[in-house]
Design a protein around this ligand. Structure first.
Ligand SMILES: Nc1ncnc2c1ncn2[C@@H]1O[C@H](COP(=O)(O)OP(=O)(O)OP(=O)(O)O)[C@@H](O)[C@H]1O
Ligand SMILES: [Mg+2]
Length: 254
């Protein structure tokens, strides 16, 4: 098995706070790897550093390619695509248009082609529409293509965000608390969907999630962060039984 994401010695400082302090984190090809830990542990910061939204020191490689000197859009073009902890959808745009903003990352056309609507522009535009429709269908929102995104129920807005990320055809998908705010039934369905993203689309997934049933149910590997450092790594069962992890979550005194 090869490594898709390799993060080594990652550190991020916000003023006096070490949000990440020498973290090693990896995602093997074809796996769902979860990153868990208490609030403020640095999970979102790790995703931000990997996707290029916050400056970090350390090594970040995607399938052996150094990402550290790439801007966020170039990292997503390279195959690292993320969702956000807070929904980032365009409420007035249709679902299809929302997903197209993700599909666009593959389009090579420049400003001039878009301005003069060249044949190449239309060809790529059609391809982007097809990718967006495919992604909407994958998450089960095909019939909502023309619906304004703001009219969707909250759970479906989460799925829309997922579709937008899929339309970009990522190598590695970073999901930041996609289950937040979902009810039990929706969370279970989401778990099935993420598993299908791994198995049917062959996309490797890094998952930040507080819902432990979801994490334990679908993860191949788990890394536990506390206070910006790795506390433990292992299979779900090993993590569940790790006394240090239990202590960190229960906040017990030594
Ligand atoms: N842009 C920023 N500027 C200053 N401090 C920040 C910034 N982003 C995060 N932090 C701080 O860094 C630490 C880690 O935050 P982070 O958002 O990565 O935690 P998290 O593990 O994602 O938590 P949660 O589970 O609540 O989402 C926190 O103390 C947070 O307040
Ligand atoms: Mg977070």
């Amino acid at each position: 098995m090869s490594t898709v994401l390799s993060v080594r010695g990652l550190s991020v400082r916000f003023g006096g706070l070490m949000a990440l302090d020498g973290v090693d984190f990896g995602v093997e090809e074809g796996t769902i790897t979860s990153l868990i830990g208490p609030n403020g542990a640095g999970k979102t910061t790790l995703f931000n550093a990997v996707s290029g939204f916050v400056p970090a020191s350390g090594a970040i490689e995607l399938s052996g390619r150094d990402l550290t000197c790439l801007a966020p859009h170039a990292r997503s073009r390279a195959g690292v695509v993320r969702t956000f902890q807070n929904l980032e959808i365009f409420a007035n745009m249709s679902c299809l248009e929302n997903v197209m903003t993700g599909a666009g990352r593959l389009s090579g056309y420049g400003v001039l082609a878009a301005l003069f609507k060249t044949p190449r522009f239309w060809r790529e535009e059609r391809a982007a529409v097809a990718r967006a429709e495919e992604a909407l269908a994958f998450v089960g929102l095909a019939e909502h293509a023309a619906t304004p995104a703001g009219d969707l129920a909250f759970g479906n807005q989460r799925l829309l965000e997922l579709a937008r990320a899929l339309a970009a055809r990522p190598t590695l998908l970073l999901l930041d608390e996609t289950a937040a705010g979902l009810n039990m039934r929706e969370t279970k369905a989401l778990g099935g969907l993420i598993t299908r993203i791994r198995d049917e689309l062959g996309i490797s997934v890094a998952l930040v999630e507080h819902d432990m049933d979801l994490v334990m149910g679908i993860s191949d590997h788990i890394t536990v962060l506390t206070f910006g450092q790795v506390l433990a790594r292992g299979r779900p069962r090993e993590i569940q039984q790790n006394p240090e992890v239990i202590r960190a979550y229960l906040g017990e005194d030594e």
